[in-house]
Write a protein that binds this ligand. Sequence first.
Ligand SMILES: Nc1ncnc2c1ncn2[C@@H]1O[C@H](COP(=O)(O)OP(=O)(O)OP(=O)(O)O)[C@@H](O)[C@H]1O
Ligand SMILES: [Mg+2]
Length: 313
Amino acid sequence: MNAPVAAHEFGKVAVMYGGNSAERAVSLNSGSAVLAALQSRGVDAHAFDPSERPLAELKSEGFSRVFIALHGRGGEDGTLQGALTLMNLPFTGSGVLASALAMDKWRSKLVWQACGLPIPDYAVLTAETDFAAVAEQLGLPLFVKPAREGSSIGIVKVKTAAELPAAYQEAAQHDSLVLAERGMSGGEFTVAILGSDTDARALPSIRIVPTTEFYDYEAKYFRDDTRYLCPSGLSDAAEAQMRQLAVQGYQALGCRGWARIDFLLDNAGLPYLLEANTAPGMTSHSLAPMAARVDGLEFADLCLRILSMCEVG
Ligand SMILES: Nc1ncnc2c1ncn2[C@@H]1O[C@H](COP(=O)(O)OP(=O)(O)OP(=O)(O)O)[C@@H](O)[C@H]1O
Ligand SMILES: [Mg+2]
């Protein structure tokens, strides 16, 4: 665990949020919450929207580190991390490789599979795919999704084989790489992780219970009837197993600082890694802050902890 750092030791901090990904609106909420929290603790933090200003201003305006509160492409996918690395500016969260891997749900799965970690059965879809054969192979319902998107954007739940081509078309509007996954019906969980390398530690799991068909954009950000349970209600053994899988999945991708790993259970209650988010939502009612609070870490302390783990490159 890192020693506490006095606010002034962080220097001038850029909280990067906004951006121009499909998740801009979510990022505006995350970033303003992080900015207010850091300022409330005396950090010299300032908003920086990379869709409105050139990155070079980070240097010319004397910023000494960056809190990345951007979600999706151009902020969470390794590109920004590469630019900041070349500028020799420390930034929060994962570096280039882990960010890029986690953004790509197909390649995350390949890494996790190679490590023997459990993932739902899936297929890569193209316009030439035999859709009926995929429905046969994965069973119904199944989920079709763009490989490199977030906030459930472009995800379609497919209940009959006949719906699959249209679901593919929908997902393909968001990404040239499209996946189909077996629908898992045993419940949905997420585990936030703090720390790097051997210090990486999982926070308590959260169970997500949407009232909609699945945890879609509306259920994530607009509905007030989505239920979040933390503690999640898993048995001690199942909780320990999910936290261990989360840390293994995090380390396999090479994540650092912090991240959130999403899980689904099958009918038998067995856990499967769904995906990793290297710059998860950070509004005061987002999931990582919720787990941190249950673990005794208030939102502003979580922001400070993440900031204290900044690294270059
Ligand atoms: N294979 C599946 N079985 C059951 N539900 C699924 C499956 N895949 C996705 N879902 C549902 O869709 C939601 C979004 O899926 P996923 O986490 O893969 O996408 P995302 O857009 O990257 O989300 P995030 O906002 O966490 O970045 C899940 O939270 C879940 O409710
Ligand atoms: Mg998710």
